[in-house]
Design a protein. Structure first.
Length: 129
């Protein structure tokens, strides 16, 4: 996911989150702190951060991220076709932690679409819970 819009004029501060050993971190992943380390947020797990770094985590290291706030809107890709989706629908986070599913969920609220086709890979704008 990419930060699409924020009502704050400044760039969001980058924070360092503790890594989980062996976790592959890539920019745009939704993250949550679990057992004292950053984990990829998927499905119905509500993310708290968006990853800004690329690395394989090792114990004692950290990864860069931004904290998600209510005023932020994110751009993501649809993991599968979502032709029936409409603005206001809630969807979940795909297994890669970066796309959203076409299935009804509770984590990301759709606020706009990049195309009218809503095909797999098309852009969707979401607010994260």
């Amino acid at each position: 996911m990419k930060l699409h819009q924020s009502s704050i004029l400044a760039q969001p501060p980058v924070v360092e989150l503790p890594c989980a050993a062996g976790t592959e971190y890539v920019p745009g992943q939704c993250l949550v702190i679990t057992d004292g380390a950053a984990a990829v947020a998927t499905g119905t797990t509500v993310p708290t951060h968006i990853c800004y770094g690329k690395k394989t985590g090792a114990e004692g290291e950290s990864v860069h991220a931004i904290r998600i706030t209510d005023d932020m809107t994110f751009s993501a890709q649809l993991a599968a076709a979502g032709s029936a989706l409409v603005v206001g629908d809630k969807v979940n986070i795909h297994t890669d932690g970066m796309k959203v599913t076409g299935a009804t969920g509770a984590v990301a609220t759709i606020v706009g679409f990049g195309t009218t086709e809503k095909a797999a890979g098309d852009e969707v704008l979401v607010k994260l819970k």
